[in-house]
Design a protein around this ligand. Structure first.
Ligand SMILES: *Cc1c(COP(=O)(O)O)cnc(C)c1O
Length: 354
């Protein structure tokens, strides 16, 4: 397997890939319902929630849309500090909502004080927060941001995108007061792309009842109705759910705490090395992502040249995202990646630079 240090789609273990090849079942069969139910139960552990976890045949952006369509009639505040938080804002606009931006520079984190100030000026039904900005390698201070919303505007729903962090970093949905949390399969969960998971708080589901035009495909009320029968409104992505079943076993077997520790160690190693090499992480200390680092390309090499060199050694990194292209390059340290993979990558990059 060629280790990919790219923040999605990431490497998938052979065992999980193979799980997709098992024969299909009728989706309204007892056999499939049993698999669906157990994946849902295991996913609750991942989300640290008592709430049901929905599975949709869509990438993470689909669940961003679900959050907007189910929980917002009109006013939503989108915290933006990178490309994926910007996307959530765009999703809100495209769904006809009155969306506003709370923006900081790419590379910075959303400050709880700034959020409090915005919430004091105007009432919003919901706030969107991307926990881990994959485009910049910044982890927003989610606990503090959730607390800021609760203190300043208690009935405002907190919608969280945890696409590139859930499963690699501790996030406790219920304990932290998150109303809606989504992830997709191809990043930190190390599954093939095409499946997204999300859970919603009780009060968020109450609100959804009152929201008109939730649409059909991403209507969480409809999904809940079917989930109670261990099923989905439409045909599920069965092969991906077979893979999810196996991968959640592997994740829980490693242990969530061990997994968080492994990600923290890899992040620490990459980020210390990056500073030593004078290609520092874009993100300031304190808000650096545990799953992906965007390094400032101070040496000014072409990222394609670096990748040509790395590919000959069976490895690959990612360019900077959007406006950070060539100015940055990104090393993902998530999912199946182990510290020894990281060590091999760093040696190779040093060789390329010398
Ligand atoms: C990749 C990513 C998305 C988009 O997810 P898709 O699964 O590609 O739709 C959204 N948010 C974050 C933080 C991401 O990293």
């Amino acid at each position: 397997m060629t280790p990919m240090f790219v923040p999605g789609p990431v490497d998938v273990s052979p065992e999980v890939l193979a799980a997709q090849a098992r024969p299909m079942l009728p989706h309204r069969s007892k056999e499939f319902e049993a698999i669906f139910q157990r994946t849902e139960e295991k996913a609750r552990k991942l989300f640290a929630t008592q709430r049901p976890v929905f599975q949709a045949t869509a990438s993470g952006s689909g669940m961003q849309e679900a959050g907007i369509r189910n929980f917002v009639v009109q006013d939503v505040l989108c915290c933006v500090n990178g490309a994926f938080s910007q996307r959530w804002f765009d999703v809100a606009l495209c769904n006809g909502k009155n969306a506003e931006i709370l923006a900081v520079e790419y590379g910075e984190a959303i400050s709880p004080n700034l959020l409090e100030t915005a919430l004091k000026k105007k009432h919003y039904e919901a706030v969107t927060i991307v926990h881990n900005e994959t485009s910049t390698g910044v982890e927003n201070p989610l606990v503090e941001l959730c607390a800021a919303v609760r203190q300043t505007s208690p009935d405002t729903l907190v919608l969280v995108d945890a696409v590139s962090s859930l499963g690699g970093v501790k996030i406790e949905m219920d304990a932290w007061g998150i109303d809606f949390m989504l992830t997709s399969s191809q990043k930190c969960l190390a599954l093939p792309p095409g499946l997204s998971l999300a859970a919603a708080s009780e009060r968020a589901m109450k609100k959804a009842e009152t929201v008109p035009n939730r649409g059909w495909y991403f209507d969480l009320m409809l999904m809940e109705k079917h989930r109670l029968k261990d099923s989905t409104p439409m045909t599920p992505a069965m092969a991906l759910i077979f893979a999810l079943d196996v991968q959640l076993d592997r994740i829980l077997e490693e242990g969530l705490e061990n997994r968080f520790a492994r990600h923290a160690v890899m992040a620490g190693r990459v980020q210390k090395w990056a500073e030593d090499q004078d290609m520092p992480p874009l993100a300031p200390p304190g808000v650096r992502s545990k799953t992906v680092t965007s390094l400032v390309n101070k040496r000014g090499f072409a990222v394609a040249e670096l990748n040509k060199f790395l590919l000959a050694r069976g490895m690959r990194v990612a360019n900077g995202y959007g406006p950070l292209k060539e100015k940055n390059f990104r090393i993902a340290h998530m999912g199946e990646t182990q510290l020894e993979d990281i060590e091999a990558l760093l040696v190779a990059i040093e060789e390329f630079c010398s």
